[in-house]
Structures are given as C-alpha cells and as structure tokens.
Ligand binder design. Structure first.
Ligand code: FAD
Length: 392
C-alpha cells in the first residue's frame, strides 16, 4: 500500500457521510438478526450457515470490492469494512470472525490475481454468500514463524501438487475453496512461499478435524490435510512478480485493522452490557452503579474503547488514502485487542458472580476477547513489526 500514490480525491467529510450511512444499515441487521442468536450459536458452536448466507445476500462480503466482481463499489471501502467488522463483533465475535475472513483475506488474493474464470467460479459466489472461503497459512508447527511452514507445492505438468497440513483455518471445515500458502522452494524461506487456490472437492483434500474452542466457539476452525492435491496452473495465484505471499503480505497488513475492529466491537458489547447491569443490579439498597468504584470502572472501560476506536479508524482512514499503514495497523491491533480484552475483564467484575454464569453474556465477551489478541498475528508479532519500522 505504501508504494501507491496518495489519493487526490480523498475527503474526510465524504468519508464520514459514507461511513455513517453504512453503519446505520449494518447496525440494524446486527440488532435484529445477530444479537438474538448470539448466545445460542456460541453455546452450540454452530457456524450458522443461514446467517452467513443472509449477510452475503445483503451484499456485505463485497464491501471491499468493485461492482465489476459483484462488490459494493464504495469510495471508502477500508473504513466501511472496518465498520462491518466492528458491528458484527458487537453482535457476535464468533460470527464476525468467519464473516470478515470471507470478505477480506479469504477472497482478496483471488480478486487481485485470479483470472476471470476464477472470479466467476469462486469470488462472485463467495461475495453473494453462496460459497464459503478460507485462507490457510498456519500449520501445526508453524504459526508466528511463517517462513518455517512445510506445505510443499511441487511443479508438475499443468500445475502443482500440494502436500501438507494446515492448522487453525477459520471457515476451514465448511469451506468450498481455500487459498493455501505453500512453499515452492524451502531453501528460500518467505521468498519461496506462494498462494494456491484449492477447491475442497479436489481429490486428496480432507478435513483432519474440526477444532473445539473455548473462544469464538461458533466460528469454524479446522485442521486440514492436503495429500497429493493437484492444483491447475490457473489456480496458482501469482502475478509474476516474485513470491505471491510476499506481495499479498502488503495487502494483508490491512487485515490487522479489521482484527482491531473485531476487538472494538466485542469490547463495546461488553461495555454496553455492564453499563445496563450496573443500573439494574441493586446492593445495599441502591443500584451498584451508584458506587463510585463501579462508575470508575465503567469510565475506564469507556476510555479504553475510545482509544481503540481512534487508533483503529485512524488506520482505516489512512488505508482509504492509500497511505502507508504498516506501523499504524500494528499499533491499532495492539491498542484495540489488548485494551478491549481489559474492557471485558472489567465487565466481568461489574457482573460479580453472575459474570461467571453462562446465562449472562459477560463470560462470552471475555472468552471471545482472546481471539483478536492472537488471530492475524499475536501482540508480540505486532510489536516485532513496529520495532522493524523503528530500524531494529
Ligand atoms: C480462532 C483462531 C482462528 C485462526 N484462523 C486462522 C486462519 O484462518 N488462517 C490461518 O492461517 N491462521 C489462523 N489462525 C492462526 C493464528 O494466526 C496463529 O495462532 C497466530 O499467528 C500465532 O501462531 P501460534 O498459535 O502457532 O503461536 P506461536 O507462534 O507458537 O506463538 C506462541 C507464543 O510465542 C510468542 N512468539 C512467537 N514468536 C515470537 C517472536 N519472534 N518474538 C516474540 N514472541 C514470539 C507468541 O507471541 C505467542 O505468545 C487462527 C488462530 C485462532 C486461535
């Protein structure tokens, strides 16, 4: 992103107008459709295909894309997608994790480097919510250290053969297609990594297992096995200018803003619930919100949310200007993910013993708040990225 010229037609007023209108639509859907089902889908660890499809029918997976591929053609797509992630996570972080993966990382490189036939067969149906998409880089023995991944792509006549195992793939066990990161040459480290579009009906592909989690329970997370999976040449996602993983990495940076937004939405939900509870729960003959200790906790929560919001939307606005966001996106993720995790801890304390009960949402907000601190790179890795920008 940093290599592109800044947008000359960027207007703050216009951005805010588009953002406000966009938020009003998605917020209504979240309140009417997602919030009422959030507890049940978490309890049942249900991927909720119906809601997932419904969001696609409404066009929300296309927020980042132009109309030519079935997208929304928005002028400020990064800010609007950030709003989408925040609002969905306010309703259900679990649901938001899978939906936001569908509208960004899992479809973006196909949009960038896939040919027209891949757009017709995979991208457009995914944006309509008819096909589920996933992106797989993490492996059982390779997480933060992507360069050590072992999934191997071997050149054969007409394409590549993939062998390896992927871990923690969101949407993985329900996906119709997966963008898989594999090495074409293990001696090259990161420079040997490339992207391959795998149709999950391909012989040799199988789901190792669906993973059971204590956090974001209704988002689907899988271990996937690739055993001599043939990937035809036109499913090799590369624009010819070196490792497509390294090229994708530049655009993947923006996903850190979206993960920050997930944290923000989850934190906002926890704050809203705690505020209401503080007004309703009575002890010593008055609502607990009358005690200054509880008031101060709520104010600290609000301050952390405000900080997270400012960093996250500042980074999103920079992305909409085509400005460099390496540092800003990583800092937004640190501030939002860690700050909103603290917000969820404080919400638990406002709820007292009821916070631990499954019939109240505080425990779900806290459990889910771990996800943005890990997904898309841990806080340590975000600090590593910023340290490099400082010249270390
Ligand atoms: C619910 C969920 C969904 C996910 N979805 C996807 C997905 O769709 N696709 C996908 O590819 N991956 C996905 N992931 C994987 C996620 O990106 C990784 O979990 C994350 O990058 C961390 O890798 P790891 O879990 O192997 O931890 P490790 O890399 O083993 O790290 C363990 C600890 O060591 C620290 N550490 C590691 N290296 C360093 C270092 N150099 N400096 C300082 N500290 C370090 C980490 O910060 C962490 O605290 C998902 C994970 C989860 C939990």
């Amino acid at each position: 992103m940093g290599t592109t010229a800044l947008r000359a037609d960027f207007s703050r007023d216009e951005l805010e107008a588009e953002a406000a209108e966009f938020r009003s639509y998605i917020a209504r859907w979240v309140d009417e459709r997602l919030v009422p089902q959030a507890e049940a889908i978490d309890h049942e660890a249900d991927f909720s295909h119906a809601l997932f499809k419904e969001l696609g029918e409404l066009g929300y997976y296309g927020v980042m894309y132009p109309e030519s591929v079935g997208g929304s053609g928005l002028k400020y797509p990064y800010t609007c997608f950030t709003i989408l992630c925040e609002e969905l996570a306010r309703g259900s972080m679990s649901f938001a994790a899978g939906a936001c993966m569908q509208g960004s990382t899992a479809t973006h490189t196909i949009f960038q480097w896939g040919n027209e036939s891949l757009h017709d067969k995979y991208l457009k149906p995914a944006l309509r919510g008819e096909k589920v998409a996933a992106f797989a880089i993490t492996e059982p023995n390779s997480g933060s250290d992507a360069a050590s991944l072992r999934t191997r792509a071997t050149r054969v006549d007409g394409g590549y053969i993939l062998n390896g195992t992927k871990m923690f793939t969101s949407n993985g066990t329900v996906a119709d297609f997966i963008t898989v990161v594999a090495t074409t040459d293990p001696t090259k480290g990161l420079k040997g990594l490339d992207l391959f579009l795998v149709d999950t009906t391909s012989p040799g592909f199988s789901v190792g297992r669906k993973l059971d989690k204590f956090s974001v329970r209704s988002s689907d997370t899988g271990e996937l096995v690739f055993e001599n999976v043939f990937v035809p040449d036109d499913h090799y996602l590369n624009n010819g200018s070196g490792s497509s993983f390294l090229n994708a990495y530049k655009s993947l940076t923006v996903d850190r803003i979206f993960t920050a937004a997930l944290a923000l939405g989850g934190g906002q939900a926890a704050y809203n619930a705690a505020l209401q509870y503080a007004k309703e729960r009575e002890q010593f003959g008055q609502p607990i919100g009358k005690f200054q200790a509880v008031q101060f906790r709520l104010v600290d929560m609000l301050a952390k949310l405000e900080q997270a919001r400012l960093y996250t939307y500042h980074a999103a606005a920079l992305a909409d200007q085509n400005a460099s966001i390496t540092t800003e996106a990583a800092i937004a993720k640190i501030v939002a993910a860690e700050g909103c995790h603290e917000v969820c801890e404080m919400a638990m304390s406002v709820y007292g013993g009821y916070g631990l009960m499954n019939e109240y949402p505080a425990q779900r907000f806290l459990r889910d708040s771990y996800f943005p601190m890990i997904g898309g790179g841990t806080g340590d890795i975000m600090r590593l990225i910023v340290s490099r920008q400082l010249g270390f």
